[in-house]
Design a protein around this ligand. Structure first.
Ligand code: M6R
Length: 360
């Protein structure tokens, strides 16, 4: 049941310290800078030259997160919407690895993309939460995110675990290709091990409820971020629209000035996510919105330059830029939840949506 929580969504948001700890348990060794993904022996990914990640919805945002971490680790990777894959699949060659990212393992669009990839000769991996799911059975290899059952239609804890598992997989693929561990694991793994506690700190001190209340009855809600904060901005907006029924959009911070800025008014709060990747540019983009009257909500560590100009602040602990977006995402999950609660929406079962979409 929901226990002390009013909704499964809130319960699942609060489960993230535990679900993430379960995901990484036995898989990382911060002292020796090693990653062990139990099903994959050393050198499994030595022959991978390029990666295509296929997924839908929130899982697509995790896939995008994974593609960016792969690119940053020096591995060619693209995230693709599974429902676009039928008409827009990039070519598959000997070194292509296709990763299907799907919480349920039953999403029809994603299964179709996975099957197409197999038919075309790609090596396939599924990253999923559900043991025995169709995607788990059909892929060559499966990596379970171990998040535990997710009841709320809005995906929350599974996004965090997907993004973390893809980050680990990215490091493994990069290491196998090079024949040696990536140099930056020394800082990433201890920060990853600290994530459960840091998420707990965010949950305990979040001002999301006050901010949701302060900006209720706005016309539209915008979320911006750069680099790994971009998928987080997309996810923040998807969650917001899905459970509040209010209009929300996520943009790459640098894209605002290429069109969306025309929508910005004092009635469109802008949530800017800062993860330490060219933050000064994102701050400049956010200021451009603020100059047009938009309230600016900065999601960043305390003492960050964005705090000096922001109208409101959602604090996240300092961490590796590869992980900071996941802490920011927890803040945005809470904002959406509280905004939906103020509007008295059926949070766990939003209209027109299903937990698992089994039709194309
Ligand atoms: O089970 P999957 O991860 O394949 O589901 C894909 C999407 O339908 C899903 O992520 C959806 O976008 C979320 N429930 C939204 O919160």
């Amino acid at each position: 049941g929901k226990g002390e929580y009013d909704h499964f969504m809130l319960k699942e948001i609060h489960e993230q310290p535990t679900s993430l700890a379960q995901a990484i348990e036995g898989r990382i060794d911060p002292e020796n800078g090693r990653i062990a993904l139990e099903d994959f022996g050393p050198g499994t990914f030595a022959g991978v030259s390029n990666v295509q990640l296929v997924a839908c919805g929130t899982s697509y945002h995790a896939a995008l997160y994974g593609a960016l971490t792969l690119n940053q680790a020096g591995v060619r990777a693209t995230a693709l919407l599974a429902n676009e894959y039928g008409v827009a699949a990039p070519p598959i060659d000997d070194g292509t690895l296709v990763i299907a990212v799907t919480q349920s393992g039953e999403t029809a669009d994603t299964l179709r993309a996975l099957r197409r990839a197999k038919t075309n000769g790609a090596e396939t991996v599924t990253v999923t939460n559900v043991v025995g799911s169709t995607a788990a059975r059909e892929a060559d290899e499966t990596l379970f995110i171990r998040a535990g059952p997710e009841i709320g239609v809005a995906a929350t804890k599974t996004f965090s675990s997907q993004a973390v598992m893809l980050t680990l997989l990215a490091q493994r693929i990069a290491a196998d290709r090079r024949g040696e561990p990536p140099a930056d694991l020394d800082s990433l793994l201890p920060d990853l091990a600290a994530m459960p506690d840091e998420i707990e700190a965010v949950l305990e001190s979040s001002d999301a409820a006050a901010i949701a209340s302060r900006y209720r009855s706005s016309r539209s809600y915008f979320f911006i971020g750069r680099g790994l904060a971009y998928p987080v901005a997309l996810e923040g907006a998807l969650k917001f629209k899905e459970i509040t029924y209010e209009h929300a959009e996520g943009f790459a911070a640098g894209e605002l000035k290429h069109g969306p800025l025309a929508l910005v008014t004092p009635e469109t709060p802008v949530f800017a996510v800062f993860t330490g990747q060219e933050d000064e540019k994102t701050l400049h983009n956010a200021e451009e919105a603020q100059t047009r009257g938009a309230p600016l909500v900065a999601v960043c560590p305390d003492g960050h330059p964005a705090c000096e100009i922001a109208d409101a602040h959602l604090e996240i602990p300092e961490t590796d830029p590869t992980l900071a977006g996941l802490l920011a995402n927890v803040q945005l999950q809470l904002v959406s939840y509280h905004a939906a609660e103020l509007l008295d929406r059926p949070i766990d079962k939003p209209r027109n949506l299903a937990k698992s979409v089994t039709v194309e």
